[in-house]
Design a protein around this ligand. Structure first.
Ligand code: ANZ
Length: 929
């Protein structure tokens, strides 16, 4: 039989569906292994060869684990809500549900051709009501819980209400927006609306006033990366900073657990570092400053409490509520003008650019230690969302404060020995506090820092502040709460209605709240989100339903749990299924999710863990980031003002313009001239200047993209070479985690390897030549070398070296003319994770009735790798003189005696006394005379 990959692949893909080969159940008799890919957003462009890279890598691992006897869950689904479908709908009127389904069907067709071991019976689509019911449910649970900092977990809001009724806020240590203080009596005296407002301050899902990038022309909030230089990336419309009431998730409450959890994960150091920086733990102190001639007090956050003697001014964020309270009548106009100007800058711009701007408020604060009056300024280098939105400025020791002081002519007061403030070098971490030129009363109360290191000074000041009730020690995190509202159509509706302006949750029995139909996917004339167009978007009682929808990360936060039990109508996941599958053992996906999805899903899962839904606190135990596959673009060179194209190595003789050419009409850098003429009407009459009768194209490595004509469609490769070749070739390109260019030039080699493998079973005449004879030592050695290499490589995700090892082994067996069943059966099993179709076919041919997926991974036997004899180099005083062979298990004594007694040795020793004999096992015997 000939190797007809088209027939073989079709046959097995059908067989797998018929036999439900990849369906798994919670089989208690076997150990589980859960492999997961980051599920795709089904875009209109379909898959290119870069997309399946991670899926192939994880599929190999999944199949390998199954061969080792594990019960492997390897599911797939679609992150189906999202902007592109909505944008397309706005342009074409096509309903996003329709384009999404079309795209999904196309993805599925492409995925099926590659031969993945996905259990499609567990597919999820985030836009399906029976899926998003549980996204809505989880959101409601977050609304119904608050975070207890003492218990370090989410706790029912009902408990908080009970507590308020009995003790008020006394002793409460909960994550909240604002520290509140009231007694039980005061709580009970509040109206329902007042109580609800207070509870929002504690709920894990809460409505909060947050600063957003608002684009009035587009009628929507934009993400930071959608705003460039103060205007919208799309359309160039002005964007302003605006406070809007939005749903938020109190991710910040979980900051410490998100940090601690990283220690338990098998992720790369660089990914952990990225998450650590994102969470941004900062230990410092909050200090109270009072306002001169007023009852007002405000709190600042500092990591350098020790510099309190060097404070020469204070700065408030422009958005701070204190601005209105501290601005004096004389300064009012100037402050207002400043506030208007800063509104236009996004937070990111404020951090990135170092332009110094600011305005004096007119008020003075009193330094709690020195009792000095110091001016209070307003500037946007202080961010409203971090710390307390107010700082004490120490220009001698902080570069931003320094720049500000210089610009506005404010005092700079150094505190550290040898600190040169004329230079912008503030790296004085190891410095010593000096006898500072402070007013006499400065050290009143006993805080003396002179002679201490900075570290000691910070610690001492913190204790002092605490003991003297001037503030408290505080840990801050950069991690922000997640803004959870989007003014979009194509997303999960919030299961929320409004009564008296307050939000309430729909009853659980009313879930899912399905996405309504609208006439257009645009905001309403009055600027409401698209759901404002839905008819009768109200509860049965007539209350208004929420008009925002949830963001992209909502549906992807707990999907891994849903795959465990995708058809459950009673729960997100049953305890039984969750107890069996636990969490993901291997997660494979792109690095772009390092701070988005991988933070949100960890947070979401920790919450579900707190409320008893998820057994494991961390969702993804091991994580591998697959690299990107870049495009390898090809160029043709058009001689200026002509329709003549000159081959690569002749182009320097002409004045040429390089043009991208579709890589699909180029093979091994040689242009298919006919196809080129048909590619574009403009080239119909193209003429060519050839070298050696060929047109050779230039090439470059670029991003794989339509506009560079370097997109390679996996379907085409499958059509031409088969899925098994595609799979092995993608792995052969290089280490999974590295980015690398797609280079079709080597694919023939991989395809030839597969044919050579086939040729061990069938001769040229198509006759089956496998024999039931005992294998030779050499054949066994070749096989066991491969078993050892491939098993080790798969564990390390070093698939490219595995492919090379297969090639070597098949070459060795070919030259040994080995077609022994004993050897080839094992070889088929080893190859099955990489090239499942051909392996199934040959496994069947070898006489097996069950799928190769259920075979057993071969164990390697060290004995076969042992050499019988070893060749030693015999040296005298370090110089190699001759060689001798010894049995591989010969001991050193035997070796030494035999060598010394040999004729050669006697000759080279020349009768001199022997000083030393050094034996390097299996390599060298060195005789020192
Ligand atoms: C006085 C001081 C002296 C400071 C000094 C630094 C150096 P991290 O490590 O990022 O937490 N800060 C506090 N809140 C801020 C805000 N909302 N916007 C901008 N800056 C803010 O940094 C904390 C330090 O950043 C704080 O310590 C404060 O300046 C500033 F030699 O206080 B420091």
């Amino acid at each position: 039989m000939e190797y007809n990959f088209r027939e073989i692949e079709k046959k097995w893909q059908e067989r797998w569906v018929e036999n439900k080969t990849y369906q798994v159940t919670e089989d208690e008799s076997r150990k589980k292994f859960y492999v997961l890919n980051m599920f795709p957003y089904p875009s209109g462009a379909g898959l290119h060869v870069g997309h399946p890279l991670g899926y192939i890598a994880s599929d190999i691992y999944a199949r390998y684990k199954r061969l080792q006897g594990f019960n492997v869950l390897n599911p797939m689904g679609y992150d189906a809500y999202g902007l592109p479908a909505e944008q397309y709908a706005i342009q074409t009127g096509q309903h996003p549900a329709i384009t999404t389904v079309n795209n999904i069907n196309r993805y599925r067709e492409q995925l099926d051709k590659i031969g993945f071991s996905f259990d499609w019976s567990r597919e999820v689509r985030t836009c399906e009501p029976d899926y998003y019911k549980w996204t809505q449910w989880a959101f409601q649970q977050m609304f119904k819980h608050y975070y207890d900092n003492d218990a370090k977990k989410a706790t029912p809001i009902a408990d908080l209400i009970k507590r308020f009724e009995t003790k008020g806020t006394e002793g409460l240590n909960a994550a909240c927006g604002e520290e509140l203080s009231f007694t039980a009596e005061e709580w009970k005296a509040k109206s329902d609306k007042e109580q609800q407002t207070i509870l929002l301050n504690y709920r894990i899902a809460y409505l909060g006033d947050t600063m957003v990038n608002w684009c009035p022309a587009l009628g929507t909030v934009l993400a930071n990366d959608e705003v460039v230089d103060g205007v919208s990336e799309r359309g160039g419309h002005p964007v302003i900073q605006k406070v809007m009431r939005q749903w938020c998730l109190r991710v910040s409450a979980y900051a410490q657990r998100l940090l601690d959890g990283l220690e338990t994960l098998n992720w790369t150091d660089s990914l952990k570092e990225t998450q650590k920086n994102w969470i941004g733990r900062s230990e410092g102190a909050e200090m109270k400053f009072s306002v001169k001639d007023s009852d007002l007090e405000f709190t600042i956050f500092t990591t350098r409490a020790d510099t309190v003697f060097g404070v020469t001014f204070m700065v408030l964020a422009p958005e701070s509520e204190l601005v209105a309270q501290l601005t004096t009548a004389e300064q009012k106009a100037e402050v207002q003008a400043y506030l208007d100007a800063t509104k236009k800058r996004t937070e990111r711009e404020r951090i990135a650019d170092r332009r110094v701007t600011g305005v004096f408020s007119g008020s003075y604060a009193i330094n709690p230690l020195t009792r000095e009056a110091i001016p209070v300024w307003i500037s946007d280098y202080v961010l409203a969302g971090y710390g307390t939105g107010a700082i004490m400025a120490v220009p001698a020791h902080d570069s931003r404060d320094y720049a500000f002081a210089k610009h506005f002519g404010l005092e700079i007061r150094p505190l550290i020995e040898g600190c040169d403030v004329s230079e912008e070098s503030f790296d004085a971490k190891e410095g010593i506090m000096m006898n500072s030129p402070l007013p006499e009363h400065a050290t009143e109360g006993g805080l003396v820092l002179n002679g201490l290191t900075i570290k000691e000074a910070i610690a001492k000041t913190k204790v002092y502040i605490k003991e003297n009730n001037l503030g408290k020690v505080k840990v801050n995190y950069r991690l922000r709460d997640a803004i959870f509202s989007r003014q979009r159509y194509w997303g999960e509706p919030f299961p929320v209605y409004y009564k008296n302006g307050m939000p309430y949750m729909l009853e659980e029995s009313k879930l899912p709240l399905e996405l309504p139909e609208v006439d257009k996917f645009l905001p309403t004339e009055t600027g409401e989100p698209p759901l404002g167009r839905a008819k009768n978007w109200k509860t049965e009682e007539g209350y208004q339903l929420e008009l925002n929808t949830m963001p992209g990360f909502a549906g992807s936060s707990a999907y891994y749990l849903r795959y465990m039990d995708p058809h459950n109508t009673e729960a997100l996941v049953s305890t039984k299924a969750n107890a069996y599958w636990q969490n993901v053992d291997l997660y494979v996906g792109g690095t772009e999710h390092a701070t988005g999805h991988l933070i949100y899903s960890r947070f979401w899962n920790k919450f579900l863990h707190d409320i008893g839904v998820s057994i494991k606190e961390e969702p993804f135990q091991k994580l591998i980031n697959q690299g990107m596959i870049q495009g390898r673009s090809n160029f043709v060179y058009r001689i200026k003002d002509t329709n003549t194209f000159v081959s690569l190595n002749l182009k320097d003789q002409y004045d040429v313009t390089p043009l991208h050419v579709d890589v699909n009409i180029v093979s091994n850098d040689i242009l298919d001239q006919e196809a080129f003429k048909n590619w574009h009407p403009e080239y119909k009459t193209a003429e060519f200047i050839l070298e050696d009768g060929k047109y050779i194209c230039g090439w470059a490595v670029e991003k794989m993209s339509k506009s560079m004509f370097n997109v390679v469609n996996p379907d085409m490769i499958v059509e031409k070479y088969g899925a098994d070749t595609l799979r092995m070739y993608e792995m052969f390109l290089g280490p999974v985690e590295q980015s690398k260019p797609w280079d079709t030039n080597g694919i023939d080699g991989v395809h030839r390897f597969i044919r050579k493998f086939w040729a061990l079973f069938y001769n040229k005449a198509g006759e089956y030549i496998v024999k039931d004879e005992a294998a030779t030592k050499e054949e066994l050695k070749s096989l066991h070398k491969l078993i050892k290499k491939v098993s080790g490589d798969i564990e390390q995700f070093s698939y490219n070296t595995s492919v090379s090892a297969f090639m070597i082994c098949v070459n060795e067996l070919s030259s040994l003319k080995c077609n022994k069943k004993e050897i080839l059966s094992n070889l088929v099993v080893l190859l099955a994770p990489f090239a499942p179709h051909i392996s199934e076919e040959l496994w069947e041919t070898l006489g097996n009735a069950t799928s190769v997926c259920d075979a057993q991974w071969p164990e390697y036997n060290e004995d076969y790798l042992k050499e019988d004899v070893v060749n030693y180099t015999i040296s005298f005083n370090g110089k190699a003189r001759f060689n001798m062979e010894f049995a591989a298990d010969a001991d050193n004594n035997t070796i030494q005696e035999t060598v010394l007694a040999s004729e050669g040795a006697i000759k080279w020793i020349e009768g001199k006394p022997i000083k030393k004999v050094i034996i390097v096992p299996k390599k060298i015997v060195n005789i020192v005379v």
